[in-house]
Write a protein that binds this ligand. Sequence first.
Ligand SMILES: C[S@@+](CC[C@H](N)C(=O)[O-])C[C@H]1O[C@@H](n2cnc3c(N)ncnc32)[C@H](O)[C@@H]1O
Ligand code: SF4
Ligand code: SF4
Length: 300
Amino acid sequence: MKERLLEAIFFFAEKGKHIGVKREILRARLFPFYRFVCRVLYRGGNYLYLYHVELPVTQRCNLRCKNCVFMMPYFEKPRDFQTEDLLKYEKKLFDTIDAIQIFRILGGEPFLYKNLKPIIIEALNSDKVKTVEIVTNGTILPSEDLLKTLKNPKLKIQISDYGKLSRKRDEIKTLCDDNGINCVIRGSDEKNWFDPGDLHFRGRNKKELKRQFANCGEICRNLHDGRLYFCPRAAFGTKLGIPDLESEYVDFASDKSREQLRKEIYELNQKRYLLACNYCNEGTDDYVPIPVAEQLTDEK
Ligand SMILES: C[S@@+](CC[C@H](N)C(=O)[O-])C[C@H]1O[C@@H](n2cnc3c(N)ncnc32)[C@H](O)[C@@H]1O
Ligand code: SF4
Ligand code: SF4
């Protein structure tokens, strides 16, 4: 029964988009079902499931996309996270939950991070993680040293296709094909961009926030610098000015018990709105399509 439910979520979230359903609409429609299944699994079977978790390894990027949903160009002092810390948080997360469908390793630009291998291996070695994805802007070839690790049926490289900006796109794809590494190119026809807006306070009331949150339907959690946030906007935005409330993340740097962390992850996943939503366009009429990867200035 449990496996059936998880398969249904995976089917609708992953395959649904290939049968012509708009990703954003699909996500919002799926969200209540996802939340309900998570509640039944946890309350009825003490089974803690997360569909999608992202792990940024660095805040650095070699592109400067004006409307980057992670707001990467607006970090004045972007930093790489320490490998030991990333491993510690990864291990703790995998120990705490029962299953993660998709574990995404990204940045900024993940291939700028020198010590990616142990981070990837940790995720591949966890039998709680079903799929590992690495999302890249297609500008940097993975190192020779990484290739053996990347060749794993559980792993997929996803190249975001930003046209000429993704200057190594085809080289990366060929390198992957030649080395038996799963790799897909996601073009702007499949992966639309939307305007998340700047970080000003929108002044929405609770009712408006709830409606916005339901329309947003974000199912992607973000483990940023030891804190698990509800969404990337909250994770990155709190580094740039959104108030960082303890009630809106789970702290993996704390010495809380496994049971306590499980409870907090469950509660985070069941949220009905966030303070961060008041600093975000998603789920509103302002969340309009925009050109993909428009640069602030020339490439660095
Ligand atoms: C923030 S990027 C990080 C990984 C890598 N630097 C890249 O660009 O692929 C992660 C994903 O977010 C997508 N993304 C960034 N800004 C977006 C926006 N405003 N709307 C929709 N998707 C966006 C990217 O295309 C990519 O698939
Ligand atoms: S390539 Fe663009 S979208 Fe990806 S992290 Fe860098 S600035 Fe953001
Ligand atoms: S801040 Fe709120 S509206 Fe914005 S992406 Fe996160 S959950 Fe969605």
